[in-house]
Design a protein around this ligand. Structure first.
Ligand SMILES: CSC[C@H]1O[C@H](OP(=O)(O)O)[C@H](O)[C@@H]1O
Length: 346
């Protein structure tokens, strides 16, 4: 399945000035609905609500947000200061995924060259991400197949890292798709990924559409699935990877890595180079987004916990490099656990 999570629509928006068209992931898998967004404030809301989500898709959102700010400024008569302030609001809509700021920064320097130059550059962020996803998936699959002696691999993954989190192919789900394409995949265990259920709602949706055999499992089952020998590896995405290989990803990833380490099976992070942050020597400085506790205590509008019980809801955790066997990028595969960090690919 190739769903487009977010793209520019030249025919939409007020006065036909164009708009961001995004697939509203808060309504999947039950409802396929799109948002047409032509203001930066509405884009910030969509990012905060995870209507658009996933590190690489946020990179595209950031880049297109610059176009929105320019168009909005032209329509509203904003001076450059107000345009830049609107761009900054997009850039800071979520803190953990480096890709959002990276996407903005890829195109904001081109603003003086005019809106069409910026739009072309923003669209190139998406096409470059797709190419990167394909290459990292090939390299990741090669690395796994060269180290695991089994006809078809049993894979565990966490959160969603497919078309809905990227520009189409996917990162960890891209590696899974590559293994499937080579007829080297037996099945996938997809963690449901509480509290927002990106795994059961989105990854399972994509795997089912691709005809890839899979189970959806409770996050709490992951360690047991791994230590019972039911999978050969785990592959996950990332939101920010420090130079030493410390990797921020959806909450619950750290537990998967610890179990893989204890079981002696590979733990792979798959991410484009746009997710690597070499300005950070290690992951100690990565800001972890704290989201509303109601995402934990309320499910589908039904309160699960007593009113007096607040929800603790860090949206990400950081897996230390000592637990990361491989980081598959389009520039190659680093091996942080063996001391081959991301600087080796720069
Ligand atoms: C392809 S990386 C996707 C990455 O982003 C997810 O976070 P969120 O759903 O909150 O945007 C999760 O960490 C995934 O691994």
């Amino acid at each position: 399945m190739t769903l487009i999570a977010i793209e520019w629509d030249d025919t939409a928006g007020r006065g036909g000035r164009g708009a961001v068209r995004l697939l509203d992931q808060t309504q999947l898998p039950g409802t396929t609905a799109y948002r047409s967004i032509d203001t930066t404030s509405d884009l910030v809301v969509a990012i905060a609500e995870l209507a658009v989500r996933g590190a690489p898709a946020l990179g595209v959102a950031g880049a297109l947000g610059v176009v929105l700010a320019m168009d909005e400024g032209a329509h509203e008569g904003w001076d450059d200061t107000r345009v830049q302030a609107a761009i900054d609001r997009v850039r800071h809509a979520r803190p953990t995924a480096v890709n959002l700021a990276w996407g903005v920064d890829q195109v904001r320097a081109l603003v003086p060259q005019g809106r069409d130059v910026v739009l072309e550059a923003a669209r190139r962020v998406a096409t470059d991400d797709e190419a990167a996803n394909r290459e990292l998936s090939r390299l990741g699959a090669d690395w796994l197949l060269s180290r695991i002696d089994r006809a078809r691999l049993r894979v565990l993954t966490h959160c969603n890292t497919g078309s809905l989190a990227t520009s189409a192919w996917g990162t960890a789900l891209g590696v899974i798709r590559e293994l499937h394409a080579r007829d080297r995949l037996e099945l996938v265990y997809a963690d449901e990924t509480r509290p927002l259920l990106q795994g059961s709602r989105l990854t399972a949706f994509e795997l089912a559409a691709d005809g890839i055999p899979h189970w959806v499992q409770a996050d709490g089952a992951a360690a047991s699935t791994i230590l019972r020998g039911l999978v050969d590896l785990a592959v996950v995405g990332a939101d920010r990877i420090a130079a030493n290989g410390d990797a921020a990803n959806k909450i619950g990833t750290l537990g998967v890595a610890l179990a893989c380490h204890d079981a002696g099976i590979p733990f792979m992070v798959a991410a484009p180079w746009s997710t690597v942050d070499l300005s950070m020597a290690d992951g100690s400085g990565i800001e972890i987004e704290e989201r509303s506790g109601e995402e934990v205590t309320v499910l589908a509008g039904v309160r699960l916990a007593p009113e007096v019980s607040p929800g603790f809801n860090p949206a990400f955790d950081v897996t230390p490099a000592r637990l990361v066997d491989a980081v598959a990028t389009e520039r190659g595969v680093a091996e942080p656990r063996r001391g081959i960090d991301l600087n080796s690919l720069s």
